[in-house]
Design a binder for this molecule. Sequence first.
Ligand code: GLU
Length: 468
Amino acid sequence: MSFRTRFAPSPTGYLHIGGARTALFSWLYTRHHGGDFVLRIEDTDLERSTAESVNAILEGMNWLGLTYDQGPFYQTERFDRYREVIDQLMAAGHAYRCYCSKEELDAMREEQKARKEKPRYDGRCRARTEPREGVEPVIRFRTPDEGVTVVDDMVRGKVAFQNHELDDLIIARSDGSPTYNLTVVVDDMDMGITHVVRGDDHLNNTPRQINILKALGVEPPRYGHLPMIMGPDGAKLSKRHGAVSVMQYRDEGYLPEALLNYLVRLGWAHGDQEIFGLDELVRLFDIKDVNQSASAINPDKLLWLNQHYIKTLDPDHVALELGWHLGQLGIDPSEGPELRDVVIAQRERARTLREMAENSVYFYHEFEDYDEKAARKQLTAEAQPVLQTLHDGFSALGAWEKEALHEVVVHTGERLELKLGKVAQPLRVALTGGTVSPPIDDTLVLIGRERVLARIDRALQKISAAAG
Ligand code: GLU
């Protein structure tokens, strides 16, 4: 049997982390089984679906590296097919036109409530054969009256639904447009989906979908419903818990590897292991190991994972993301040192790539102002001979290399009988405007000869201006 899953977002907003986790679990499960992963855009809600949102979803999937083998398929391109299946259901007696007016339905509901029954459509149009003047009918699926529909869920185990509790759902609106449960069923059937992984907000739809598939004579796929994601306070996850959109995590400086590793632990575990590479996940992941209870986001853990990946991933790979962040700051990375060298120099200090980019601006650009406190403390009259000696030493150097630069710094200290800190700190402030940078010799290499000499000159001028 071929193995095929899908991710089926509705393009009514960005790709949020709940959706991304669904996509990831579905993707991992497929890759583990060597199957096909289908991307389907459920855009039949014409009022809420936007092209912008489709782009945001594609962008998010792409950034996370969740590759799909087929699609994206758009439901709006498949209306003829949905119509065909609705006609088929009608012809076989599995669906019927319902002429109930809104007033009639409201009255029915009120009566049911008065009798303390669960409000549901009572099937009164099942037997009606005559159209009603002035009412455009909807089409309802005729749910079996008896029996039990069991969802043998890959995450939750068996969940049973009494068919008599499922009312006859609308599969086509009065304007003829198909509804969610119908389009999903037709697509899962036509696309040969064998396994459906989705959020457990859809669990109640599943017996309905199974019944429609059975009416069509099709074996339903296996379903796995993922538990909710909560905020750290236990409430339903929302914007007030911080970033919820995948691309916002990128903006904030997270690596896709960190976000994926973080997402997989929202509901899945392998012993108490925390760090997983993607290949390892593909090998280990099984939907049956997904936890049934909701999991809460933990921003500190994400930050910790991000630092881990910044430090350990191939610097060339991290450099791609750093380049993007520098671009966001208006910096052209070709105007300074190689990005990979900056990553290597900065990676012990940065928790996010945004932070790394913000702390690396001086490699590419003249900094505007000195940090006031740092300048007051370090760019003093005593620092004048230090900076002058350094300038002389650096100017005399042949190759601009780490060891030679280091020696100039050490010799300057020896000549002036100063500890290394008394040399390195004024130099650091002169070069970066502040007191935080990678080790001074790395900083010198990265900033480069021309900028180093110019910045020492600038600091010397500042000192003499203050003295004068
Ligand atoms: N389009 C649905 C949603 O975004 C998902 C449908 C499904 O996975 O069956 O919630």
